[in-house]
Design a protein around this ligand. Sequence first.
Ligand SMILES: Nc1ncnc2c1ncn2[C@@H]1O[C@H](COP(=O)(O)OP(=O)(O)OP(=O)(O)O)[C@@H](O)[C@H]1O
Ligand SMILES: [Mg+2]
Length: 336
Amino acid sequence: MANNTFGIDLGTSNIKIYSRSDDSVMVEKNMIAIENKNTVFAYGNSAFEMYEKAPANIHISYPLCNGVIADIKNMQTLIRYFVEDLMKGNVRPADYLIAVPTDVTEVEKRAFYDLVKDANVKARKIMVVEKAVADGLGMDIDVKNSQGVLVVNVGYDTTEISILSLGGIVLSRLIKVGGLKFDEAIRNAVRKEFSLIIGGKTAETVKMNLKELEKEEKGAVVYGRDIVTGLPVEREIPTALVDEALEEHFNTIIDNVKVILERTPPELAADIYRHGIYLTGGASQVSHLAEKMAKGTGLKINSSEMPVESVVMGLAKIIKDENYRTVAYAIEGMSK
Ligand SMILES: Nc1ncnc2c1ncn2[C@@H]1O[C@H](COP(=O)(O)OP(=O)(O)OP(=O)(O)O)[C@@H](O)[C@H]1O
Ligand SMILES: [Mg+2]
């Protein structure tokens, strides 16, 4: 019998791990910094700190791409480091529950299982659960008894749009739009309008502060490099320019939500209409997305109170409460 259970939501930007023994959630950047091609120099939030600032011999990367594992070796290393930290240096046998995206191939799904199995963390039982189901539970929706729940999770690389019914997934679509695309759109607009090159972190800060700036009717003050002179400068970016830059990506998300709604069996429409859309994921907090989605779909929007953690909070619920166990499953042919 393992003495602990971990619930893992492997996001492209943030890894979230729930630990049953201390009933807590860890959120760290899913990033690794490798020095001279072979030594781990930093990981998690401290690797992110160095991002876009590190010298050439330190390579910093995200081992996940578009919600799936792109770099198995580094992802295994990260899992091992985080679990070691959570177990205070002494890795003991534990069970694992991993949230997986629905709209990916079986091979990609199995990779999440293999990742933990081979990460040298003494994994005992490994179960998986669809991300959207965990998301629903994390947002306190009675997913096992509802017939028609629409969950939209806007993350870093991806947005997952899913229809749940009676604890399972009816439809799910993973699209490659999320916080990263928002940041890139801001960078491109600033480059075009101001001939100014800004870093990814600066663009992300502008995006996160957008609501506040709009409230205060202020522009976003940024530092970057002038394309013409090549010199560092300070500029104030009007929020209207940022809103305009984000519009296209908002429309992509909303159009995809509409496509899913069109394909939803009519018997589920009543509950969806009654409840509205459950909107979560870190990037769902960006200014105007919720209101534009409400307008575009005609549905009410329920914004998650903890958008970054909703999946992992759902995992915590499944781990703690026997009643929810049935939504988790072992990957076929892979039982230990
Ligand atoms: N207040 C905020 N306003 C706008 N965006 C935000 C805010 N806080 C976080 N974000 C964005 O949320 C994103 C990270 O969210 P999240 O942790 O849900 O993604 P992830 O799970 O790592 O990614 P994915 O689900 O695509 O694999 C980042 O792009 C970040 O900039
Ligand atoms: Mg996510």
